[in-house]
Write a protein that binds this ligand. Structure first.
Ligand code: GDP
Ligand code: ZN
Length: 333
């Protein structure tokens, strides 16, 4: 739920929309194909196109499913119960299982738009070229903490040596010191590939990072059968060539899944308030609540435990600076 408060008028409008949708869903449910088989089966949502889903069953067989709108907003990665409608690759989704995590981005009117469900890992990609801008990496890390995802950092293009690479190495050393896993990779030289594969083993991951750092190259490296998977998807969805604009779940050759789409690669962070933002910087934890003033903003206040931690070398100065910039940005929204 968004922590922004809704006006009474907004609430009434939302209630009206919900009512209309429910009505529509009840009406539309009459049009759904009948269940042929009463046996409930497990599936995972691979991609959603409007009102239809492609799901994979336990044998990774793809099925094109319809679903009732009253099931809510189903997204890529959702675990569902479905029934066959007789045709080999057609079915109806009848329930969505509880999600362990839900990645979402802010949408119009203070709502959140769900992007992907049941992820376990945010894989944050950076490179010496283009170098990370501003506090972007820290923003992704705070997002990982916010959504309850493990974060790992990939320094791609490690073949490019020079000033920018050295600067990043230093920054990533700090990330390692505060407990994040860091991987050095070069898709060009296939360096670090095995370590990255084992970090993705058994996990449900998503790659994020700014444009040009090598995310497509990484996806291609990790999924040697990408064409086969997208081919099977277009066949099942019946939509012709599979477009990668919707978040799509891919199966890694080893155990594990990778969710990818241009839209989710650059999602914006939704942090409700300052207290929540503080939780997004994990090394701040031992110092929070120890400032002289209960409502310390960790700027110029005397007796600020975070400022003191920076002075004694326990927190990197640029991490606190990035926190301050993010907190200021929060106030402007
Ligand atoms: P994306 O925008 O994050 O998906 O980045 P791309 O995968 O499209 O890569 C952007 C550019 O970086 C392309 O020209 C790639 O060939 C190049 N690139 C990707 N990985 C590496 C690498 O490990 N080393 C070098 N030198 N270039 C790379
Ligand atoms: Zn403080």
């Amino acid at each position: 739920m968004s922590r922004r408060r809704l006006t009474r008028q907004q609430k009434a409008r939302i209630a009206a929309i919900r009512e209309r949708r429910l009505h529509q869903a009840q009406h539309e449910s009459d049009k759904l194909p009948a269940r042929h088989d009463e046996t409930p089966r497990d599936g995972i949502v691979v991609v959603r196109h409007g009102r239809s889903l492609v799901i994979a069953d336990n044998e990774r067989h793809l099925v094109n499913c319809q679903f009732r709108q009253n099931l809510g907003d189903i997204v890529c990665g959702d675990r569902v119960i479905w029934h066959s409608t007789g045709d080999d690759d057609k079915g109806v989704v009848t329930a969505v299982k509880d999600r362990t995590t839900l990645l979402s981005r802010p949408a119009y009117g203070g709502h959140e738009k769900p992007l992907a469900a049941n992820l376990t890992q945010l894989v944050i990609v950076a490179a010496p070229s283009p170098p990370p801008t501003g506090y972007l990496l820290d923003q992704y890390l705070a997002a990982a903490e916010h959504f309850g995802l493990r974060a790992i950092l990939v320094l791609n293009k490690s073949d490019l040596h020079g000033n920018e690479h050295d600067k990043l190495l230093e920054q990533f050393e700090t990330y390692e010191n505060i407990g994040y896993r860091v991987l050095h990779v070069s898709t060009k030289q296939h360096a670090g590939e095995e370590k990255l594969r084992s970090a993705l083993q058994g996990e449900s991951s998503i790659l994020v990072g700014q444009s040009g750092v090598g995310k497509s190259s990484l996806v291609n490296m990790l999924l040697p059968d990408l064409d086969v998977q997208t081919g099977a998807l277009s066949k099942t969805s019946g939509l012709g060539k599979h477009t990668t604009s919707s978040a799509t779940l891919y199966f890694l050759p080893q155990d594990g899944t990778l969710i990818d789409s241009p839209g989710v690669r650059s999602f914006r962070l939704l942090i409700g308030d300052r207290a929540e933002l503080e939780q997004g910087f994990r090394e701040f934890a031992p110092f929070l609540g120890h400032c002289q003033f209960g409502d310390c903003r960790h700027e110029q206040e005397p007796g600020c435990a975070l400022t003191e931690a920076v002075e004694s070398g326990k927190i990197a100065d640029w991490r606190l600076n990035h926190f301050r910039l993010m907190a200021q940005a929060l106030e402007k929204t």
